[in-house]
Design a protein around this ligand. Structure first.
Ligand code: UD1
Ligand code: CA
Length: 490
């Protein structure tokens, strides 16, 4: 038999009163994606001929949020219930002869496999409707489903309309249904509002149909409907568990899974170790044997193999192999750090390209910079990249070293094999060629016998010449730097 056509309808017109929010419920975020986007991505994998989204409350916002998706919007101007929402499809699907998958917009964790199983059962048994049910520990808030031994639906009662005895039933309606549309279209006009909420219930349509069967979802966790913030948090937990279980399966260690969070866009290689209190967001790729955390935030970044990121923040950056970052480092957007680097305690890096085996181990700021390989950044080195109006570039060549407390005022180009003496401030644009020592600091003045109030104290003293000079000093093999410096000074 030829397969019937498939259309999908997502109910997304409700306000979501129980969320107590300005935002339409289906636009609340679960991780990085809104509830409806998650659902939409899943239903689109079924490749339906048409995908209809029923909108009402906050519809401009919902339409805008979904403008990139191949969907048609159908307006439900007044929200008179789930049955009323589906009634809006009568003119839209007038000539449609196929199956209609109806999904509540607030069921974001549904898996494609589950929908596929529902469709298969529906096509095999061919009832008027196949309803996705589930057996749950806490059925509170859901409609209850009563079936006979053949899974034929005998009764369907909303929580509010249940008797105390009916409330004991733990089999619930997930809000996902596959209808044979011509059959549903015949009963839709007959819905009444004789219930606790005085709404048109889609569940009543199920009861009016001749043949209605239920299929239990294999994993009841995926059908949680989000009505309030508590359920939103529950769903987040389920999503996190699902992701971590999959990565553990793939060879990743989570030392304390519950204290870690990640997104679907994160890719982890085998033998990655995620320590406690570590969070990954956006598109991240982490290489083999890399250890993240404890206490790290990694956002939209690529990190190579055998790295360790300890108590640090890395965002929108690329880090090579065997790099040590932290503790307490901040790698800000657009940074590339080469293999074998060490970015240590209290180091901030922004928009910087750093070659391999370069170290910035303590207390530094490297912003808008290009560093070569095997550079050593001394403790307290600051790149002064901002002149109050603009940011400028600083370049440092291979094997150069900055002494402790150096300030490099951008724009600046420091050659390779340069040593900058501790405490030097190199002014912007000052030429610093390859292979030299730069000393740019005031030298101490020692006055023997000086006391406060002594004759010399009040008088202005001639200032030592603290002006900057660059002396090219080439060391030949076998020469000693200290000796040569002394000779030079003489
Ligand atoms: C519904 C089901 C309940 C089921 C539960 C599963 C009915 C009457 N009840 O209850 O059996 O256990 O889902 O999660 O269907 N909506 C509209 N227009 C409206 C009203 C609602 O588009 O006029 C949309 C909402 O935006 C929402 C979805 O329909 O996405 C479900 O509505 P909601 O009020 O959350 O229904 P529940 O009370 O959860
Ligand atoms: Ca709901």
């Amino acid at each position: 038999m030829a397969e019937r056509d498939l259309a999908v309808a997502i109910l997304a017109a409700g306000k979501g009163t129980r969320m107590r929010s300005q935002l339409p419920k289906v636009l609340h975020k679960l991780g990085s994606l809104s509830l409806i986007e998650r659902l939409l991505r899943t239903v689109l994998t079924l490749k339906p001929q048409r995908c209809l989204v029923i909108v009402g409350y906050g519809q401009e916002q919902v339409r805008r949020a979904l403008q990139e998706y191949p969907v048609e919007f159908v307006e439900q101007a007044q929200q008179l219930g789930t049955g009323h929402a589906v009634q809006q499809l009568l003119p839209v699907l007038e000539d449609f002869q196929g199956d209609l998958l109806v999904v509540n917009g607030d069921v974001p964790l549904l898996r494609a496999e589950t929908l596929q199983a529902l469709l298969e059962r529906h096509r095999q048994v061919q009832p008027d409707v196949t309803l996705l049910s589930a057996q749950v520990a806490d059925p509170y808030g859901y409609g209850r489903v009563f079936c006979d031994a053949q899974q034929r639906i005998l009764e369907l009662v909303e929580e509010r309309d249940c008797t105390p005895a009916q409330r004991q039933n733990r089999r619930i309606n997930s809000g996902v249904y596959c209808f044979h549309w011509p059959a549903l279209a015949r009963v839709l006009p007959r819905l009444g509002r004789n219930n606790a909420q005085q709404e048109y219930y889609l569940t009543e349509a199920v009861k009016l149909l001749d043949t209605a069967i239920a299929l239990d979802a294999e994993d009841a966790r995926e059908i949680v409907g989000i009505n309030d913030r508590r359920q939103l948090a529950q769903a987040y937990q389920i999503l996190q568990d699902r992701l971590k279980e999959a990565w553990m399966e793939a060879g990743v260690t989570f030392v304390d899974p519950d204290s870690v969070s990640l997104e679907e866009t994160v890719e982890l290689a085998p033998d990655v170790v995620i320590e406690p209190q570590t969070h990954l967001r956006g598109v991240c790729r982490i290489g083999p044997r890399t250890r993240l955390g404890p206490g790290s935030w990694i956002e939209s970044s690529t990190i190579g193999s055998d790295c360790h990121i300890l108590y640090s923040v890395v965002s929108h950056s690329q880090i090579g192999d065997r790099v040590w970052v932290g503790p307490y480092a901040h790698v800000r957007p657009h940074s590339q750090i080469g293999d074998g680097c060490r970015i240590g305690n209290f180091v901030e890096i922004k928009n910087a390209q750093i070659g391999s085996h370069t170290n910035a181990a303590h207390l530094a700021y490297l912003g808008d910079a290009k560093l070569g390989s095997q550079v050593n950044i001394g403790a307290g080195t600051i790149i002064a990249n901002y002149d109050g109006q603009q940011k400028h570039l600083t370049e440092i060549g291979d094997r150069s070293k900055t002494g402790a407390n150096s300030v490099l005022v951008a724009p600046l180009k420091v050659g390779s094999d340069v040593t900058i003496a501790a405490g030097s401030t190199i002014p912007a644009r000052y030429p610093v060629p390859d292979d030299c020592l730069v000393i740019a600091r005031a030298y101490p003045v020692v006055k023997p016998g000086w006391r406060p109030g002594s004759a010399a104290a009040g008088r202005p003293q001639p200032l030592p010449t603290g002006s900057l000079r660059v002396y090219p000093l080439r060391l030949l093999p076998g020469q000693d730097l200290k000796q040569e410096l002394e000779r030079f000074a003489r």
